[in-house]
Design a protein around this ligand. Structure first.
Ligand SMILES: [Zn+2]
Ligand SMILES: [Zn+2]
Length: 445
């Protein structure tokens, strides 16, 4: 069956707009839109019909009527008027069987969608089309009925047309892999749902004082709801590195929430010094994403009042969070001040520098974190150790080790759960007085 014969079969049965007729032949005739295809087919059919009427073929008039009604072809109507067959009443006006004339009003829908996008700062967008099941099933049955071989689906046509039109209206481009904003559009109900992709910003933080946890701790009494014990804050500690950094970002971006990802963590009583610990801040639903990172850096550092400082801010994507988590086990550089229960002789103290470097520490989960971590034995490598005596029973240790080593337990030995330990090597009970992370060394691979 030729394209024209097949089209005529379809139009005899169902009212079809130019888009929906043309779409059944979407893969024929490249570099044109379905609307153009549909219009061309209807025009040729009208010319053939007129030729029939001129040769007194009754079928010609019938065909013109079909084109004027089911084909929505104004020129067919004019032809009918010309031969004084003005038999079209207003009641014969029909709606397209497949798209219910929604493809005819697509410009208005695109305008509405462009206005939605304008509410969010973005470079790229992506359109998702949501069609009611009955609309898709109707098209499937239609295509089966007429053995459509070269057609595309209505979902594809809506998506492509809206993407093109919105791109022109907004000046923003379509991105399939990493769009800033995703619009889920239902063309039948004109409902538009907006999904805004999070903003990811990487940087490094230093924690210059002790007593601040890295992340927000919920009050263990009320689990965050707020109670008398926590002064109705829901928090165990009034502030955290996470909150200090997140708050200015939320203000600047107008985001709804921020998630703080860091490469490892230090205890509340440990400072994080050196170049700082890498982190990524994930900001949900940012209204603004074209922010001046230098400005926000200044804001955070002012807001942190010398307790926390951030640097090296840059925009990253979601993959970076995974890389950051992987880097958790990268090399760490610590300084720990150790106090021994009694005086330590020089040759004994030297044993630490002799025995600890280039060894593997076997470490069972420390007793102090057993309530929240599985009890297992980890093996962590010590690269370098430098010992400096501070007094007869105090020394400063600088050590480079594999990330994930519990340094406090390396000092105490945790009742034999960590071995070897400073206590074990020296033979005198040792405890950490203060601990600082001097650097987090991320190896670039
Ligand atoms: Zn249609
Ligand atoms: Zn509470």
């Amino acid at each position: 069956m030729s394209i024209l014969e097949k089209s005529l079969e379809m139009l005899k049965e169902y009212p079809l707009c130019d888009h929906c007729l043309g779409r059944q032949f979407a893969f024929l005739g490249t570099a044109m839109e379905n609307e153009e295809r549909g219009k061309a087919i209807k025009t040729i059919l009208l010319m053939e019909a007129q030729a029939m009427t001129l040769s007194q073929n009754k079928k010609g008039l019938q065909l013109i009527k079909i084109l004027a009604t089911n084909g929505f072809l104004e020129k067919a109507e004019e032809v009918l008027k010309g031969i004084r067959k003005n038999m079209l009443k207003k009641s014969t006006l029909k709606t397209c069987f497949l798209c219910e004339n929604r493809l005819d009003t697509i410009d208005e829908l695109a305008k509405k969608a462009a206005e939605k996008i304008a509410e969010w700062e973005c470079n790229t967008f992506l359109i998702g089309i949501e069609l009611p099941a009955e609309v898709e099933e109707r098209e499937d049955e239609f295509r089966a009925e007429f053995g459509v071989e070269h057609g595309e689906s209505m979902r594809i046509e809506f998506g492509r047309l809206l993407g093109k039109k919105i791109s022109i209206l907004t000046g923003k481009s379509v991105s399939y892999s990493k769009p800033d904003v995703v619009l889920i559009i239902n063309p039948m109900t004109e409902e538009i749902k907006v999904q805004v992709n999070p903003l990811y910003i990487a940087g490094r933080y230093r924690k210059l004082v002790r007593g601040i946890p890295q992340s927000k701790w919920f009050c263990s009494n009320c689990m965050g709801k707020g109670c008398e014990k926590c002064g109705w804050t829901g928090k165990k500690y009034p502030e955290s590195v996470e909150e200090i950094i997140s708050e200015p970002f939320i203000t600047v971006t107008g985001g709804s929430k921020a998630y703080f990802h860091a490469s490892g963590r230090e205890d509340i009583d440990v400072r994080m010094l050196g170049k700082g610990r890498p982190f990524v801040l994930e900001i949900s639903q940012p209204k603004k994403r074209f922010i001046d990172l230098k400005e926000v850096e200044k804001m955070v550092n002012a807001h942190a009042k010398g307790k926390v400082r951030i640097r090296d801010l840059k925009f990253v994507d979601k993959d970076y969070v995974r890389k950051l988590k992987k880097a958790e086990l990268s090399k760490k550089y610590y300084r720990v001040v150790v106090e021994f229960e009694s005086e330590v002789a020089d040759d004994i103290l030297r044993l630490i520098e002799e025995k600890l470097p280039n060894t593997i520490i076997k470490q069972r989960t420390p007793k102090r974190v057993l309530h929240r971590r599985a009890d297992l034995t980890r093996e962590k490598y010590i690269y370098k150790v430098k010992v400096k005596r501070l007094s007869s029973n105090k020394a400063e240790l600088r050590l480079q080790c594999q990330g994930g080593l519990y340094v406090k337990e390396l000092v105490t030995g945790d009742d034999g759960r960590t071995t070897p330990s400073i206590t074990e090597i020296v033979g005198i009970k040792a405890k950490p007085i203060s601990l600082d992370v001097l650097d987090v060394i991320i190896e670039q691979r």
